[in-house]
Write a protein that binds this ligand. Structure first.
Ligand SMILES: [Fe+2]
Length: 252
């Protein structure tokens, strides 16, 4: 029973509602993990229905920072696999619940966590990026509120970017770097998560994928060049929107 309770404690931790920043009001947004939690515990009829979202730009739109072939493989194969494996794990969970097979349910929790995290993280990653040279990549034009908050907290934009890149470079193995904000104080934080663990206790404004599949074909082992170049394609317009309005654009 203790083990079972532990499993449901983990699931409860993954089912989260965050309060999004807004100049005028606090706005509660329920994330995709809430859906995953419901699917995995209540045999929802929606099981197996997560789908691969289309890229919000052309495969070659991030060149020369991220080459076309990387984007094709990353989106069409890696992200697709997370979605496929998540749906399979949820379908297997439904079957295991029907047969009251608790060992299988316990075994499947890690697959839901890994593939569910992979799905929600990549869905945000595509929204964290914008075409090279586009207006959205200009923080001064596209993210005045967020830029002011960053400069207030870090002293300057270069200082913030330096701290963020240090966090990216300190990730051991595979993981993600994030700029997040918390409520109600609106404090900004730079954090990293391991493997495909998503941000669960704050609003992620943008994330950078530091798995080798995100850069190795182009940068090989020089991940510092990937990390420094990524600023040229960060979607500050989207980050500003999440800073002001929360995660309304991240419902899966
Ligand atoms: Fe990835």
């Amino acid at each position: 029973m203790a083990r079972l309770l532990s499993v449901f404690s983990i699931l409860s931790a993954l089912s989260f509602t965050v309060a999004a920043p807004s100049p005028s009001k606090l706005h509660a947004i329920t994330l995709g993990y809430r859906d995953i939690f419901e699917l995995s515990t209540h045999q929802s009829k929606r099981a197996g229905q997560f789908t691969l979202p289309p890229l919000p730009f052309a495969y070659d739109a991030l060149r020369p920072i991220i080459e076309t072939e990387i984007m094709r493989i990353h989106h069409d194969k890696h992200h697709k696999n997370y979605v496929t494996n998540l749906n399979a794990a949820l379908a297997n969970q439904t079957a295991a619940i029907e047969t009251k097979n608790i060992p299988t349910l316990v075994e499947l929790q890690e697959k839901v966590r890994f593939n569910g995290g992979g799905h929600i993280n990549h869905s945000l990653f595509w929204k964290s990026l914008a075409p090279y040279g586009s207006k959205a990549t200009d923080i001064t034009i596209s993210a005045p509120s967020l830029r002011a908050a960053i400069e207030k907290q870090w002293g300057s934009l270069p200082s913030f970017m330096n701290d963020f890149n240090n966090t990216l470079m300190n990730i051991e193995g595979s993981g993600w770097g994030w700029l997040t904000t918390t409520q109600p104080e609106g404090k900004l934080s730079i954090i990293s998560t391991k493997n495909q663990d998503p941000v669960t206790d704050a609003v992620p404004l943008f994330g950078v994928d530091m798995w080798e599949h995100a850069y190795y074909l182009q940068y090989q082992n020089n991940k510092a060049s990937y990390a420094s170049g990524i600023w040229k394609v960060i979607n500050w317009q989207g980050a500003e929107a999440r800073y002001r309005n929360g995660l309304e654009d991240l419902k899966l």
